[in-house]
Ligand binder design. Structure first.
Ligand SMILES: [Zn+2]
Length: 110
């Protein structure tokens, strides 16, 4: 089960960035209107948007793409949060399990 804690003020800027990523992805034609950011120690360490069309990869959801990009630079995830522009799907929820991501926030709960 996904932990869905209450959104705090500091999370609004992160979720806003996720929504901005979603717009960016649509403008570039990379994929659907979905964005995500990965936050560690109150800083965005990665932001990505849906890349399904660009990569011709049906699993290239924003959340998955963001986590994949982080993994290429650092295999250690002391404590990160994943924030997305929409509620996560089953694929994206599955991403958090092996990484022990404590929570996935989404813009729909603001
Ligand atoms: Zn997804």
């Amino acid at each position: 089960m996904i932990d869905r804690p209450a959104v705090q003020d500091r999370d609004h800027k992160f979720l806003t960035r996720a929504v901005e990523e979603a717009y960016k992805g649509v403008e570039c034609g990379d994929g659907g209107p979905f964005g995500a950011v990965v936050v560690q120690n109150d800083e965005i360490i990665m932001s990505c948007h849906n890349m399904v069309l660009k990569n011709t990869d049906p699993t290239a959801h924003a959340e998955v793409t963001a986590v994949r990009e982080v993994r290429t630079s650092d295999f250690h995830f002391p404590l990160i949060y994943l924030l997305a522009s929409v509620p996560c799907c089953v694929i994206c929820a599955g991403v958090q399990i092996p990484l022990v991501i404590p929570a996935i926030y989404d813009a729909w709960i603001i």
